[in-house]
Write a protein that binds this ligand. Structure first.
Ligand SMILES: [Zn+2]
Length: 258
């Protein structure tokens, strides 16, 4: 097996243009637009990203596809590749925010906390490093941005970029200007600050919100504008029980359970 691997290696590197960002495949391309290595090398055809994976990480898990974080089908930079299911390769599938992390977006984008502006770092078809990403304003005045196939709010992305994690709840713009995404203008306002203080969520138990990134229920209550968090739970009922206990400690006889 040593011979074909070496041949693949030689063939692969003779057709790759390494760069800081994406590594461009200069060999042939299949009908899907991905780099392609014909039968003459391995005795079977193999995609260039798969060959890159094989050479850098060994054989990928069976049944998995090699996908691009950079969305550049011709890229063979192993740092831009990940293993995923076929579904993720289908066009127009929006990944959940949970699929973006600080490392992957920092590789793509610069965020200036002083101005709140973003700039592309990585060169991709149609995108020049240093350009500002196209953003659309929602009808409420928030800016929307699409990165790595995920459309999210620019202020949420700013938070992830700056602090390395998604905000726990909603983001509030301190000066009420929803297009002003300077980091000092962004505040983490838990959804329960709006909800738990006022009335019970429809069809929900008081003091409980579902934390979608953790996939667990969060229990919290507010006192004097400060959120008190009682932990994450597997069920809504457990979270509500924790809320009730916590609310009694915070509010005594004024605690509300519904
Ligand atoms: Zn790439």
């Amino acid at each position: 097996m040593a011979m074909p691997r070496k041949t693949l290696e030689e063939f692969f590197w003779s057709r790759v243009k390494k760069a800081d960002g994406c590594w461009a495949w200069t060999g042939s391309v299949n009908k899907e637009g991905r780099g392609h290595i014909g039968k003459s090398v391995l005795g079977r055809t193999i995609s260039a990203p798969r060959a890159s994976w094989l050479l850098h990480f060994g054989a990928p898990e069976a049944g998995k596809n090699i996908l691009h974080r950079c969305e550049n089908k011709l890229c063979v930079n192993p740092g831009h590749l990940f293993l995923g299911s076929r579904l993720e390769r289908e066009p127009r599938v929006k990944w959940a925010e949970a699929d973006l992390n600080a490392a992957s977006i920092r590789e793509q984008l610069d965020y200036d906390p002083e101005t709140g502006n973003f700039k592309w770092k990585m060169s991709r078809p149609g995108i020049i490093p240093g350009q500002s990403p196209k953003m659309k304003a929602t009808k409420w005045g928030y800016l929307r941005i699409t990165i790595l196939g995920v459309t999210t709010m620019a202020h949420r992305l700013a938070w992830l970029h700056h602090y390395g994690r998604w905000p726990e709840g909603d983001i509030d713009h301190a000066n009420r200007d929803r297009g002003d995404n300077r980091i000092t203008n962004l505040r983490e306002a838990t959804r329960s600050q709006n909800l738990a203080n006022k009335k019970t969520r429809r069809n929900g138990l008081k003091g409980v919100t579902f934390h979608k990134h953790r996939g667990r229920w969060s229990a919290r209550a507010n006192k004097d504008g400060k959120a008190h968090h009682f932990g994450y739970f597997d069920t809504e009922e457990e979270a509500h029980a924790a809320y009730c206990t916590g609310a009694v400690k915070l509010h005594g006889e004024f605690a509300r359970f519904k």
